[in-house]
Design a protein around this ligand. Structure first.
Ligand SMILES: [Zn+2]
Length: 83
């Protein structure tokens, strides 16, 4: 990325995306964000990264139930009882 913002660092944009900016700093950045395409671009990139990381964490958390569903499916292939 060659685009540069003189007022806010990439780290700060990332912090905002993670909800780590507080109070005045957050308000100042939001105001700046309305007029700065560089920060808007960074924020959407950071948001995409953050939501991808969250989605990965969620799918990891769901693994045990996915395993349970898979073992339930092997039950489906159990040979039928003899009549
Ligand atoms: Zn900016």
């Amino acid at each position: 990325m060659s685009a540069n913002c003189a007022q806010f660092s990439e780290e700060l944009v990332e912090s905002y995306s993670l909800g780590r900016l507080a109070g005045e700093e957050c308000a100042r950045f939001e105001e700046h964000l309305l007029v700065c395409p560089v920060c808007q671009g960074r924020l959407s990139e950071s948001d995409a990264y953050v939501s991808a990381a969250k989605a990965a964490a969620v799918s990891y958390a769901r693994k045990p139930s996915a395993r349970a569903a898979a073992s339930g499916r092997t039950g489906f292939f159990r040979p039928p009882p003899n009549c």
